[in-house]
Design a protein around this ligand. Structure first.
Ligand SMILES: *Cc1c(COP(=O)(O)O)cnc(C)c1O
Length: 371
């Protein structure tokens, strides 16, 4: 609470929960947190209206929000979100990973959905205030973290199809363990030919709720085919690999004695992941060649069969790195690295986690100290 009085700025009011959880109860809830299932005791809300712009934010007890049934988010889907994490450092401090990058991407999503942009420093301050209040909810173990979920919804009660005039920015936090409960065990993926995630001119590069709604039926199809995740192809040629589920994808090639870490280039239909961008840089630091290219399904299969490709994996904030062990499609099936996690995926995963948890020095200035 002492920390809070200093962060009780002109931009945020503070209303603390009347009955805070005991540390025993908190420890119990944090024991096996999984992903996105338990939430901390507070949240941040900032209202927006076209007339007044962004209003005063409030840090308040976590709980339900009240919406008019005509709120336009419920009908026309103006909803965007972000995801980033706060990590416990060896000295007990807490840092977030590249939060300004998430703020900038949030605003790119807002522009695409005709929603108002939130000042980058307000986005970062909202997270800092919530994390400082909830610092006991930040787990200690490497691979565990406090997941931050900022989102924005259109709240104006109006059924006319147009950009709303009123919005809420909301930030909630969730202690998280492993995203995939089975750990870093490689997944089996299904190459979707019946559905696409994103088309040129569409919303593929925005983190909007509707992209996920539209992906669920393909995920269901993948499950029915005995797979864990869906792999998306480009909408035009139906040939080029774009992403895996809600994660970016990487391939590891051996070319002329070199290890080359390759990810599909950004075309406007891929989500520009911050993990993706960070891994491209970390890969170079580790002595690999790192490239953005176009990779077709045929390239993927042939490179595996000819031994030129040794690994494939997906990456994102929530699950960090997830190896791909088996690929299935309506036309065939192939295995990667005998279905095992490969050395490059392991090395990149460890390097990223060590940086985020403060085991390795932060030479790029990617970590943001919160408390
Ligand atoms: C959020 C997201 C990613 C990963 O982005 P990170 O910034 O690395 O977490 C990748 N693909 C999709 C579709 C996403 O929504």
């Amino acid at each position: 609470m002492t920390a809070l009085s200093t962060s009780n700025t002109a931009r945020f009011d503070v209303q603390l929960a009347r009955e805070p959880l005991s540390s025993e109860e908190r420890a119990k809830r944090m024991q096996n947190p999984g992903f996105g299932k338990i939430f901390t005791e507070h949240m941040v809300v900032i209202p927006y209206s076209e007339e007044l712009g962004w209003g005063k934010g409030v840090l308040k007890p976590y709980g339900p929000i009240v919406l008019d049934p005509a709120a336009s988010v419920l009908h026309y889907g103006q909803a965007i979100f972000e995801g980033f994490k706060a990590y416990r450092q060896p000295d007990g401090h807490v840092k977030t990973f590249r939060p300004e990058s998430n703020a900038h991407r949030f605003n790119a999503s807002a522009r695409r959905l005709a929603m108002p942009e939130l000042p980058v420093d307000l986005f970062v301050e909202a997270a800092d205030i919530l994390i400082r209040q909830e610092k006991d909810w930040v787990p200690n173990a490497i691979g565990e973290s406090l997941y931050l979920r900022p989102f924005m919804i259109a709240t104006e009660a109006a059924l006319g199809v147009k950009a709303a005039k009123e919005y809420l920015f909301i930030l909630i936090a969730s202690p998280s363990g492993a995203y995939f409960p089975q750990g870093v065990k490689p997944v089996t993926v299904w190459i979707s030919e019946n559905y696409v995630r994103a088309a040129p001119g569409g919303t593929g590069s925005a983190k909007c709720a509707g992209n996920y709604a539209a992906s669920l039926v393909a995920q269901t199809e993948a499950k029915a085919e005995g797979c864990d995740q869906v792999v998306w192809l480009d909408a035009v040629h139906r040939r080029y690999i774009e992403e895996m589920g809600g994660m970016n994808i990487f391939f590891v090639y051996k070319e002329g004695g070199e290890t080359v870490v390759v990810t599909p280039m950004l075309t406007g239909t891929l989500l520009p992941g911050i993990t993706r961008l960070s891994l491209l840089e970390i890969a170079k630091k580790l002595g690999f060649r790192a490239e953005e290219r176009r990779i077709s399904v045929d390239d993927w299969r042939e490179a595996i069969l000819e031994g030129r490709m040794t690994e494939a994996f997906a990456c994102g904030t929530a699950a960090v790195i997830t190896p791909i062990g088996t690929v299935k499609s309506a036309h065939g099936e192939w295995q990667i690295n005998r279905g095992e996690t490969g050395p490059v995926a392991s090395q990149l995963r460890e390097a990223l986690l060590n940086l985020q948890h403060g085991v390795d020095a932060d030479l790029n200035g990617w970590m943001h100290q919160v408390c």
